[in-house]
Design a protein around this ligand. Structure first.
Ligand SMILES: [Zn+2]
Length: 132
């Protein structure tokens, strides 16, 4: 067995009250997708999410959700987006990866409970997610 120098483990930490807001927003948007900007900070591979912003001019339907990035103010605390998949799959679509914004993409699938949320990086690899 070879021991390598441990690299920073990537991890997303989501505040419980932010999770609750995400879940109720997505429930409200159902059967359309909902989309929100994640606010927080990143340090040593750890991404802490502590707030949400409703993107201006966002558009959503049953299989898509987006917003024009050009309308966003330059804000370093915008570290990713979360959107919902009413169809019940938490895998990022090709379109999702193409429209990747920031450091992390959270996807919430129906039925929008505490176990319905997953974190992905820009290559579509899953990142561990913890709620606190
Ligand atoms: Zn999607």
């Amino acid at each position: 067995m070879i021991f390598k120098k441990k690299r920073f483990e990537r991890k997303v930490i989501l505040q419980k009250n932010v999770l609750d807001s995400i879940l109720s927003y997505c429930q409200m948007k159902h059967p359309n997708e909902g989309i929100l900007i994640l606010k927080g900070k990143s340090k040593n591979g750890q991404i802490k999410i502590d707030g949400l912003v409703i993107p201006p001019f966002n558009y959503t339907g049953p299989t898509f959700a987006g917003f024009p990035h050009s309308f966003l103010p330059f804000d370093l605390s915008y570290i990713g987006i979360v959107h919902s998949h009413p169809s019940g799959s938490a895998e990022p679509s090709v379109t999702d990866l193409h429209n990747f914004f920031g450091l992390v993409s959270l996807i919430v699938k129906s039925p929008y409970d505490d176990d319905s949320i997953f974190a992905w990086d820009s290559s579509g690899n899953s990142i561990s997610l913890s709620i606190e």
